[in-house]
Design a protein around this ligand. Structure first.
Ligand code: ADP
Ligand code: ASP
Ligand code: MG
Length: 407
């Protein structure tokens, strides 16, 4: 007998039949002798509908009220899932984020989990024979405000519950049968992976692979949670997300990802003096704009420099306001924001010990006639900022260059 967390994504809960199918899976695990906690997302597409509704009311929805609104999607699914299990003649109880005591900080829209206080309550419900259905994506802060964990955040609720309850496995049921070498919707030749290391999955998720919420992988790694990503439609074995090992694994590049909806901020002719970069990025941070890929180039003569960085498209407005302010304070400095950018990346722990990955990636982009605007590297990642219109072609090119297709 074990304790299993089963998380069902929105695509697996699209209609009543799909909810019944997910419920049958949970019941089967229970009948096999396990204790089962089910974590559900909102029904497919419903979070997007709620976001649209908010923007029909105002183009600047209040962040607290946005979370209050978005959390309703998951509340619908927990109740329907519990009803489905009851309908099949089994015990189940639905609990919201607040009812499982999922405490977060107060960063509405991307809150971080602090603790799960109602562990005892969940355990006693399981011991009484119920399947516990928990709402993904939502929590409460210390002031009892409802918060959400960021789009795709139900994965993180599931892994946090698995860590807190000491579950044997956290199963992520979705509309693909595992983690692929890249998004199979864009590259049909993508290959399903039997396993992937936490660090690789973490990078792929942060770099655009929607299949897992990146914070869920951080948590999984820190608490050693066994995560298994698999299809909600078949019984095929999926992908294990596991701790790294060194023997036998000869893979250099495990996967590739595409992140869209980026913009590049370029500040040309910034005074080259101590403290300027500090000032620019303090002000960026004050506006809660998350930046990436910072580059500074000092001009000949050494009096001025160019600073550029990447932001996500929804932050363009905040970045523009900041640029306008700085242009007034730094005469001679010209800011420009280039929208419609994307980032294509390759990831693999094998890069630590192998050379030639960057050149192969750049050559494949050249062959695909993709212009690279910016390059960044870390120990296990190489990323290129490109025009968004080139994104899918670039992803297909690098995926083919590293022979990530099935052999
Ligand atoms: P859910 O609703 O189950 O949470 P998501 O839509 O969040 O599902 O994630 C599944 C989707 O992630 C897939 O349909 C697929 O298009 C996309 N995806 C992106 N990168 C990958 C990848 N490397 N492996 C598998 N799926 C990926
Ligand atoms: N329903 C939320 C979303 O669509 C959370 C999730 O699906 O994990 O982003
Ligand atoms: Mg998801």
């Amino acid at each position: 007998m074990g304790l299993i967390i089963q998380k069902f994504g929105g695509t697996s809960l699209g209609d009543a039949e799909k909810i019944h199918r997910a419920a049958r899976r949970a019941i089967r695990a229970k009948l096999e002798g396990n204790e089962v906690v089910v974590v559900v997302s909102a029904m497919g597409g419903s979070t997007d509908t709620l976001v649209d509704l908010a923007y029909q009311i105002t183009d600047r929805p209040n962040r607290r009220e946005m979370d209050q609104l978005l959390a309703t999607g998951e509340q619908v699914s927990i109740a329907l899932m519990a009803m489905s299990i009851h309908h099949a003649g089994h015990d189940a109880i639905s609990l919201t984020g607040g009812q499982i005591g999922l405490r977060t900080d107060r960063t509405f829209g991307r809150a971080r989990i602090r603790e799960i206080t109602q562990r005892g309550r969940i355990i006693s419900l399981l011991k009484d024979g119920s399947i516990v259905i928990a709402a993904g994506f939502q929590g409460v802060d210390a002031g009892a405000n409802i918060t959400t964990l960021g789009r795709g955040g139900s994965d993180t609720t599931a892994v946090a519950l698995a860590a807190s309850l000491g579950a044997d496995v956290c199963e992520i049921y979705t509309d693909v049968d595992g983690v692929y070498s890249t998004d199979p919707r864009i590259v049909p030749e993508a290959r399903k992976l039997d396993y992937i290391f936490y660090d690789e999955m973490l990078e792929l998720s942060s770099l655009g692979a929607q299949v897992m919420h990146s914070r869920s992988i951080e948590l999984g790694k820190n608490y050693g949670v066994r995560i298994h990503v698999r299809s909600s439609y078949t019984d095929a074995k999926g992908t294990d997300i596991v701790k790294e090992w060194s023997d036998f694994d000869q893979v250099i590049v495990r996967g590739a990802a595409l992140k869209r909806n980026l913009a590049r901020v370029e500040l040309t002719n910034v005074p080259h003096q101590p403290g300027i970069a500090g000032e620019v990025f303090t002000r960026v941070a004050e506006r809660n704009v998350i930046v990436d890929d910072i580059i500074q180039v000092v001009h000949e003569g050494g009096n001025t420099a160019d600073i550029s960085f990447t932001i996500e498209a929804p932050e363009i407005e905040a970045a523009q306001a900041l640029c306008d302010e700085m242009a007034v304070e730094m005469p001679g400095m010209t800011p420009e924001i280039k929208p419609h950018r994307a980032k294509v990346s390759v990831v693999g722990v094998g890069m630590r010990t192998h050379t030639g990955v960057a050149s192969r990636m750049f050559e494949s982009l050249h062959q695909a006639d993709v212009n690279i605007e910016n390059i960044s590297t870390s120990e296990i990642v190489i990323s290129c900022v490109i025009r968004e219109a080139d994104g899918e072609r670039a992803l297909r090119a690098v995926h083919a260059a590293f022979e990530l297709e099935p052999s």
